[in-house]
Each structure stands twice: as structure tokens, then as C-alpha cells.
Design a protein around this ligand. Structure first.
Ligand code: GLU
Length: 487
């Protein structure tokens, strides 16, 4: 086998368009991309679309969008296997000539009966090699009847083969455990094995980095390379990703399409950082790594053998860190589409950028995703707040002193000249003792009156951003709510 640096590094991401790409698929893409970038090699995108029955509309676009969103730019492709059938046919012909493969005419019914029989005898399903040694006469007779055929690989009947996986080490398999697998289907389409091996060779792929689940295919691939007299690439099978409960990652754990994470307001850089750590690590401690750092340090030596565990809380935490690293302007730019999308329809569009900027400056520290931003800030934008008198009183105040307090605060606020947080605080703080209330009670009351919630960003800053008019109007409404309420 070749060593990592003897040949130019060429890797590929080879998804089948049979579903929307999820975390696992994109983690594979990312590792390939990082490996290519680390070695100054090429990253190829190849769409393995030879199973037309399983093709799902829109998934090719989703694959490309997901890669683009994460900045995983490809240097070549996309290649489509469905456009390369002539190549697969030609190579299959050469394999037939060299008798490494054979035509199998068995009908689906015959194969089904065979499988049932094997199941009854508790044997693993395996083709019984019925057509492997047909004579020329038998073959021509079958050809003239017009029955369809598939092409099968002539698996060596004994012996074993060893290959080296860069992550799992040396793997040996016995030939007698392997089937005469199909290379070309009766509809003329190649199977995954044939197209994958041919393309990896013709595209001069140096390293195959893919999910663990494909490890069991390598024996077949290695034998096929040998039959074709081709040198296999190096293999590296990446650890599976499990949910926090250590079961296979499923929708329940958030294994949704990667574009869903975009919709939920994760930043591409946070997502790449997070995905990079699903199976790879720099050391035992470092969690935050920029794209450049990942590229600089990525190596297969630090890819683990054991399953990686997906942890949504960690993703949220990491995304929060990346959100805080944005400048306020960048944060506004990123959050604006989410506000546009998720604020109630009653909020007038287009949103005022400088108001939005003031609002967002108060929550940038707290948001973990961009999708949270509209929820955290909707009270700033609302025309009217909906809350109950009891929330205002907080179980601590009577209606009458509460009304007095709000009225007194309104009066002072109406006279404030410079409307900023420090001035507001300087005016409202002394008011508490004048009214004989603790600051906690007064500020709690005012907080609910101007925000409709008990937990919100700091009161005076919030009021400063809301502006005088809106604050006074909301205090007024609070008095009305209280007046309509009896203790
Ligand atoms: N088409 C296969 C998939 O969907 C590719 C496996 C490989 O990388 O060889 O995962």
C-alpha cells in the first residue's frame, strides 16, 4: 500500500441521493475535506446515483447546499455515476473476458426459493453459484431464450486476504465467507461495489475515508481491484456516531437533515467545529478550533476507533460561543433573517436596523442559536404585551401601591432629558426608597410592565433601547391592567 504522502492526496465524498444528508454523512464529508486541505490535495464530489428505485427528489440539491453552507467546497465534480454507465459496461466486458466474473441467469423466483431454503436451514443467505460454471452451450441456449442476466463476481473459493485500514489496522477475511456478489444488475446499472471501485480508480482517489458501516465491503472491493489489476487506495473507516443514550443516532436525537440545523440557527463554523470532534480530537482538552486550526491539525492518527457520541447540549454551548465571537454587526446580519421569519406577523416589516441592533446588543451574550433570538426579543417589537396583573404583582405587592409606583415612575420618566440606561437608573433607584419599596420589588414591577416577562435583559438597558414613548405607553397599560384587577 502507498503511504499518505507518496501520492497526491485525492479524496472524495460519495453520497447516494437516497435521503437528505444528515450529521453522519456530513461528518464524512468534513473529514475528507479536512484531510484534502491539510495535505494540499483535492476534494471530489461524486453522486452515487445508480439505484434509481431509491433516488429521492431534491436530495442532490440538498447535498450540495449542505456542503456549501458549511464551506466544504469541492475541487472536482459533482460527477454522477448515472452518466458513466458506458465506462462500467466496458470494464465489465474486460472482466468477463478474463473470466473474473460471470453471467447469472437465475430468476428472482429461483433466488427467493433458495433464500427461503437457506433460512429454513439457518444458513446465511448466499448465492449457490448455480450459474458459475455453465458450459458455453448452456449459456448460449439461455441467451437465445431472452432471459435477463446479471454479472456476478467469481469469488475465490478458498484462501484469505488481508488489508490495512488506517484506523482499524490489519483486517483479514476468509474468502469462503463471501458471496459471488452482483456487479452489474439486469437493468444495466452497476451495483455500488462495481461503480465505487471503478470510479475510485479512474478518479485516482488516494484515500477512501467513509463510515464504519462500509468496512465489510472492503474485502469485495480489494478482490475486485486485484481482478482488475489495479492498486487499491488506502482505506480509513470512520467511527459510527451514537446518540447520548449510546444507541444508533436517530431522529429522536436530532439526526435530522443538516439543513435543519441551518434553519435552527446554528452557525456553519460552530457546526464544523462540532462535527470535527465527532470522532477526531486534537488532544484531551481542546474543544474550540477554528476552521484554519482544524485544517492545520487534522490527521487520521487522531481519529478514534470507538463510537463518537452526539451531544446536543455541547452543540448549543459551542454555537453560543461562536455567536458571542461575532461583532454586533455580524450578529445583526445573521439574526435578521430569523427575526424576519419568526417574529409575529403583526410586527411591521422591514425591521428597523438600528433598533434591532440595540435589541440584539442586549441578548448576544445569552443566545445559543439564532432561532432563539426572536423568542428572546419579541417583547421589544410587540405593539401590545399580553400578561396578567398577577405577574405584575409577583405575589409581593398590593394593587394600590403598585399603581402608585408605576404612576410615579411614569411621571419621572416623562421628564428625563437624556434617555439612557445610566440616567434611567439614577432616576428610578432613589424612587424605590421614596415609595418605601425595596428596589427588587420596584424594578420587578417595572420589568414586567415594560417587557411582559420576569426574566429579561437588564432593566435599564432594556428601557433605554425600547425608548421613552414605548416605555411610557407600556407603563400606562400596566396601570390599566392593574385597575381592572381586584386583589
Ligand atoms: N454511496 C455510498 C454512501 O452513500 C458511499 C460509500 C463510500 O464512500 O464508499 O455512503
Amino acid at each position: 500500500m502507498r503511504s499518505a504522502l507518496e501520492t497526491p492526496v485525492r479524496v472524495r465524498f460519495a453520497p447516494s441521493p437516497t435521503g437528505y444528508p444528515h450529521l453522519g454523512n456530513i461528518r464524512t464529508a468534513l473529514f475528507n475535506w479536512l484531510f484534502a486541505r491539510h495535505h494540499g490535495g483535492k476534494f471530489i464530489l461524486r453522486i452515487e446515483d445508480t439505484d434509481s428505485a431509491r433516488k429521492v427528489e431534491g436530495t442532490v440539491e440538498a447535498i450540495m447546499e449542505s456542503l456549501q453552507w458549511l464551506g466544504l467546497n469541492w475541487d472536482e465534480g459533482p460527477y454522477f455515476q448515472s452518466q458513466r454507465l458506458a465506462i462500467y459496461h466496458e470494464i465489465t466486458r474486460s472482466l468477463l473476458e478474463k473470466r473474473h466474473v460471470y453471467l447469472c441467469y437465475c430468476s428472482p423466483q429461483r433466488l427467493e426459493t433458495m433464500r427461503q431454503e437457506q433460512a429454513r436451514r439457518k444458513q446465511p443467505p448466499k448465492y449457490d453459484r448455480h450459474c458459475r460454471d455453465l458450459t458455453e452451450e448452456e449459456r448460449s441456449r439461455l441467451e437465445t431464450t431472452g432471459v435477463s442476466s446479471v454479472v456476478r463476481f467469481k469469488m475465490p473459493l478458498e484462501g484469505e486476504t488481508t488489508f490495512c485500514d488506517l484506523i482499524h489496522g490489519s483486517v483479514t477475511f476468509r474468502h469462503d465467507t463471501l458471496d459471488d456478489f452482483i456487479l452489474l444488475k439486469s437493468d444495466g446499472y452497476p451495483t455500488y461495489h462495481l461503480a465505487n471501485v471503478i470510479d475510485d480508480h479512474l478518479m485516482a482517489v488516494s484515500h477512501v475515508l467513509r463510515a464504519d458501516e462500509w468496512l465489510s465491503s472492503v474485502p469485495r472491493h480489494v478482490l475486485l481491484y486485484r481482478a482488475l489489476d489495479w492498486q487499491p487506495p488506502q482505506f480509513a473507516h470512520l467511527p459510527i456516531i451514537l446518540g447520548p443514550d449510546r444507541t444508533r443516532l436517530s431522529k429522536r436525537h436530532g439526526a435530522t437533515a443538516i439543513t435543519e440545523y441551518q434553519r435552527q440557527g446554528y452557525l456553519p463554523d460552530a457546526m464544523t467545529n462540532f462535527l470535527a470532534l465527532l470522532g477526531w480530537s486534537l488532544d484531551d482538552r481542546t474543544e474550540l478550533l477554528s476552521r484554519d486550526e482544524l485544517t492545520k491539525h487534522f490527521s487520521l492518527e487522531r481519529v478514534g476507533k470507538t463510537a463518537a457520541v452526539f451531544n446536543r447540549d455541547k452543540l448549543d454551548w459551542m454555537n453560543g460561543v461562536y455567536l458571542r465571537q461575532l461583532s454586533l454587526d455580524e450578529f445583526v446580519q445573521q439574526a435578521m433573517p430569523f427575526l424576519d421569519r419568526d417574529l409575529p406577523e403583526s410586527v411591521k416589516r422591514p425591521l428597523d436596523k438600528s433598533f434591532v441592533s440595540g435589541v440584539l446588543s442586549l441578548i448576544q451574550e445569552r443566545a445559543r442559536t439564532l432561532a432563539e433570538v426572536p423568542q428572546l426579543t419579541s417583547f421589544f417589537f410587540a405593539d401590545e404585551l399580553q400578561y396578567d396583573a398577577r405577574l405584575l404583582l409577583g405575589g409581593k405587592l398590593e394593587t394600590k401601591p403598585a399603581v402608585q409606583a408605576i404612576t410615579a415612575a411614569s411621571k419621572r420618566l416623562a421628564e428625563v432629558e437624556a434617555w439612557d440606561a445610566a440616567v434611567l437608573e439614577a432616576i428610578l433607584r432613589p424612587l424605590a426608597s421614596e415609595l418605601g419599596l425595596s428596589t427588587g420589588k420596584l424594578f420587578g414591577l417595572l420589568r414586567v410592565a415594560v417587557t411582559g416577562c420576569t426574566a429579561a435583559p437588564p432593566l435599564f438597558q432594556t428601557m433605554a433601547v425600547l425608548g421613552r414613548e414605548k416605555c411610557l405607553q407600556r407603563l400606562n397599560t400596566a396601570v390599566e391592567v392593574l385597575s381592572a384587577h381586584s386583589d
